[in-house]
Write a protein that binds this ligand. Structure first.
Ligand code: ATP
Ligand code: MG
Length: 143
């Protein structure tokens, strides 16, 4: 398995990394790591790169947001932080969302749905990097 480490010094760098990921062909992005380490910031850059102009707020209280893309495709931004049970996951229909090849899916706190995340997913782990306050992003998966 390939692993790559990115050091981000700023919000802008994390967004730019999100934008570069949005230009890749990978469909499922499993985001994990520390509270407040930049998962939503990454998602903002990723979503903006798809030409979606409206501000992307943290979806923490809404579980997921859907953005229409050209050709009937969809971009899902899922945040499982507040997920309380496995049965909630089933009700959300996350399995079907992930298996539909037309969908691009970003999932914050993806480890809460570990058994649903396909092997093709790219995992990004966000961690605060002391002492300078940067963020370290570790990428693993089939790249
Ligand atoms: N290099 C950096 N990359 C991203 N965010 C940074 C960076 N440096 C500082 N920040 C700040 O850290 C915070 C990251 O918040 P963000 O909501 O993106 O994290 P999160 O991982 O989604 O949190 P949560 O676990 O609550 O979902 C923001 O307030 C941002 O301004
Ligand atoms: Mg977040």
């Amino acid at each position: 398995m390939n692993q790559k480490i990115i050091h981000s010094e700023s919000i802008a760098e994390t967004k730019a990394f999100g934008a570069s990921c949005a230009r890749s062909a990978q469909r499922i992005w499993a985001l994990t790591g520390n509270l407040g380490a930049g998962k939503t910031t990454f998602a903002q850059g990723f979503i903006a790169e798809h030409g979606i102009a409206s501000p992307v707020l943290s979806p923490t209280f809404t579980i997921f947001r859907v953005y229409p893309l050209p050709q009937g495709r969809r971009l899902y931004h899922v945040d499982l932080y507040r997920l309380e049970s496995e049965s909630e996951l089933i009700n959300l229909g996350l399995k079907d969302i992930l298996s539909d090849q037309r969908n691009i899916v970003l999932i914050e706190w993806a480890e809460k749905a570990l058994h649903l995340i396909p092997r093709e997913a790219i995992w990004l782990t966000f961690e605060h990097e002391l002492p300078h306050g940067q963020v370290r992003i570790t990428q693993s998966g089939v790249l």
